[in-house]
Write a protein that binds this ligand. Structure first.
Ligand code: NAP
Length: 316
């Protein structure tokens, strides 16, 4: 068992690192747990972030490093560990990882979300051999080739636009007749000459032995099947929250996100959630950073009320 913390922040995406900065300002004894060295969250694999105020077009990896440096400069301490459980012990919480246990007065869960799998034959078998969940990471392998993007949200549309600059031809395959993505990007993708949108189309099977060679789809409503010859399939059908080890009673029953409002408070006193892992409408870097600030305000309030805060932070 390690030394008692005021707060353990789980996750090093924008929400977790923002929380670490605010915890530093509040002079809390904080420990940031990351599942592997410099995990950084989803932005690490984003080529270009064009909607963060004041930093238009910044590379996602560079942004993640800046966030981390900022947290370090505010005194954040990091430890590696995959969280397997969070349990109450008396008035405190014990965070269990694969490598050890940490005792803390409060916990901020900022573990983000991961790519959802489509669940069709060929997906698992051909992952890394033509099936990808990250256009910006793997797009370069498909230069002058043909690829499909599956999905109709922001990620799918952004991926299709990104791939259109590299690939000879891109299919955007969506199960409905209208896109979920923001209008500006939806309009843009529909104007691209080498992007063909297949509306009302459901992917059935990814074909290929060593590498992807095609995608079998069903066109609705008549149910006609069509085999598309392809080199790559990019799956962008949403995210699932990373809630491994999180107590079930604070998960939202429908989608499995941590049920918490803007203040980050969950149904368990002392446990907070910030960023993409919590129930919220807009999952963006800006809102994750904002969550980091809000959640530490809640943590400070909790530690003061609980009478614990001044034990480790005596007033000057
Ligand atoms: P999303 O908005 O949830 O969209 C997922 C898409 O996949 C939807 O179009 C959905 O279809 C489709 N889909 C889901 N399950 C499917 C299945 N089994 N078969 C076929 N299609 C399926 O997810 P996202 O695009 O990953 O975005 C995640 C979050 O990040 C969103 O809140 C998004 O706004 C945000 N984001 C924002 C930006 C930005 O603003 N720059 C960039 C990236 C992400 P239906 O439409 O029919 O449900």
């Amino acid at each position: 068992m390690k030394e008692m913390c005021d707060v353990i922040i789980i996750g090093t995406g924008p929400a977790g690192l923002s929380a670490a900065v605010y915890a530093g300002r509040a002079r809390l004894k904080a420990l940031v747990l990351e599942k592997e060295y410099v995990s950084g969250g989803q932005i690490v694999t984003t080529t270009e972030v064009d909607n963060y105020l004041g930093l238009p077009g910044i590379n996602g990896f560079d942004m993640a490093m800046k966030f981390r440096e900022h947290a370090v400069s505010m005194g954040a301490e990091f430890a590696e560990g995959k969280v397997t459980g969070i349990e109450r012990t008396g008035d405190n919480w014990c965070v269990q990882t694969e490598d050890g246990q940490y005792l803390t007065r409060s916990v901020v869960i900022s573990t983000g979300a991961s790519h959802r799998m489509l669940g069709i034959p060929g997906e698992k078998e051909l992952k890394g051999r033509g099936v990808s969940y990250c256009a910006t990471c793997d797009g370069a392998f498909f230069r002058e080739r043909t690829a499909a993007v599956i999905g109709g949200g922001d990620v799918a549309v952004e991926d299709a636009i990104f791939l259109s600059r590299l690939c000879k031809k891109v299919y955007l395959i969506h199960r409905r007749d209208s896109l979920r993505a923001v209008k500006l990007m939806s309009d843009r993708v529909q104007q691209l000459e080498n992007v063909e949108i297949l509306w009302n189309t459901v992917p059935l099977r990814i074909e290929g032995e060593e590498q992807v060679t095609g995608l079998l789809v069903r066109m609705l409503p008549d149910g006609e099947e069509r085999l598309l010859a392809l080199d790559g399939v990019f799956i962008a059908v949403g995210m699932v929250p990373n809630v491994m080890g999180v107590p079930e009673e604070i998960l939202d029953g429908e989608q499995g996100y941590v049920a918490a409002g803007e203040d980050g408070k969950t149904a368990l006193p002392g446990i907070y959630a910030a960023g993409d892992v919590r129930t919220k409408r807009v999952r963006q870097i800006a809102t994750a950073v904002s969550d980091g600030a809000n959640v530490i305000a809640s943590v400070e309030e909790y530690l003061n009320v609980a009478g614990n805060f001044w034990k480790t932070n005596p007033p000057c």
